[in-house]
Design a protein around this ligand. Sequence first.
Ligand SMILES: *[C@@H]1O[C@H](CO)[C@@H](O)[C@H](O)[C@H]1NC(C)=O
Ligand SMILES: *[C@@H]1O[C@H](CO)[C@@H](O)[C@H](O)[C@H]1NC(C)=O
Ligand SMILES: *[C@@H]1O[C@H](CO)[C@@H](O)[C@H](O)[C@H]1NC(C)=O
Length: 297
Amino acid sequence: MRSQLLLAILPFTQAIRIVQSNDDGWAEINIRTFFDTLSKAGHDVVLSGPAENQSGTSSSDAAPTTVDSDGCEFSSCPSGSPPTGANATNPRLNYVNSFPVTSIKTGIDTTGPKIWNGGKAELATTGPNVGSNIGIQVPFSGTVGAAVFAAHDRQIPAIAFSGKSGDPTAWDQPTPLYSKVYADLALNITSRIISSGTPYLPNDVWLNVNFPDVSSTKCSNTNQFQFILTRINTGVFSEKDTEWCGTDRLPTETSVSLKSGCYVSISVGDAADKTTVDAARQKEVLAKLQPILSCLP
Ligand SMILES: *[C@@H]1O[C@H](CO)[C@@H](O)[C@H](O)[C@H]1NC(C)=O
Ligand SMILES: *[C@@H]1O[C@H](CO)[C@@H](O)[C@H](O)[C@H]1NC(C)=O
Ligand SMILES: *[C@@H]1O[C@H](CO)[C@@H](O)[C@H](O)[C@H]1NC(C)=O
């Protein structure tokens, strides 16, 4: 009976172990909204984010230290708290008083396996970042830095999400519309990658995903969005991209972000150097994402 039930449920849920981090801090509402969304979808999620805002800290890494006299961001932990800690009632919500890379590393190496009975993260997601991470911003982003650490240093497929709308907001404030929309779109992409089967992404690859502005009058509903395969940097002197939408040169994240539609850019990043990956690995990702991708008009 039980196995019949499992068989009936599995094709739809495919619950996996996901480690989450960001650079805006563990108590920022975007990461919490996405945590709730992933958890409701049935995934086994552990959040391990910085105690403070660590925006723009790229791939820095340092041993966590005792929380200073200001406490964690948005008063989410008191001054003098230990270098790492968890929400008092939910052990899946964790802060690390250091950089984004240190935070996701702690989640992958220590906190996750403790909660998963020794299990390992199957996918890493970072963000949604407050603000875009496109083109020349990518190398500086802590949200990207954490995803790249997971993909490159721990061989865990990783997706970095960033959203153009919104300001830093505490987790216990009412959930803004953009935060909800970004979490739902991020779940859509995450679910597509999971249902495409393992390996979820090619070796040493992360996805750099950017959501456009969301407001009550524009791009307010997830079914208005289109997903566009992009490249991070301009490709004038680069090798060809994979063939898609009738050309071998993908649009840049920046060019897509300047268009007025509800376009989400998805770039296939090389976790070895944070640039656009080669055409062969783009093609593998294209095959996985194709059911949800559109071409620009
Ligand atoms: C900790 O979790 C509880 C229960 O989910 C919640 O009410 C509280 O706001 C959380 N605090 C922080 C700092 O995450
Ligand atoms: C973090 O700091 C950056 C710049 O230092 C700022 O632009 C951003 O709004 C801050 N984010 C949060 C969550 O406080
Ligand atoms: C995901 O996005 C695609 C493309 O916009 C859409 O067709 C599909 O219905 C979405 N799936 C879910 C589960 O939201």
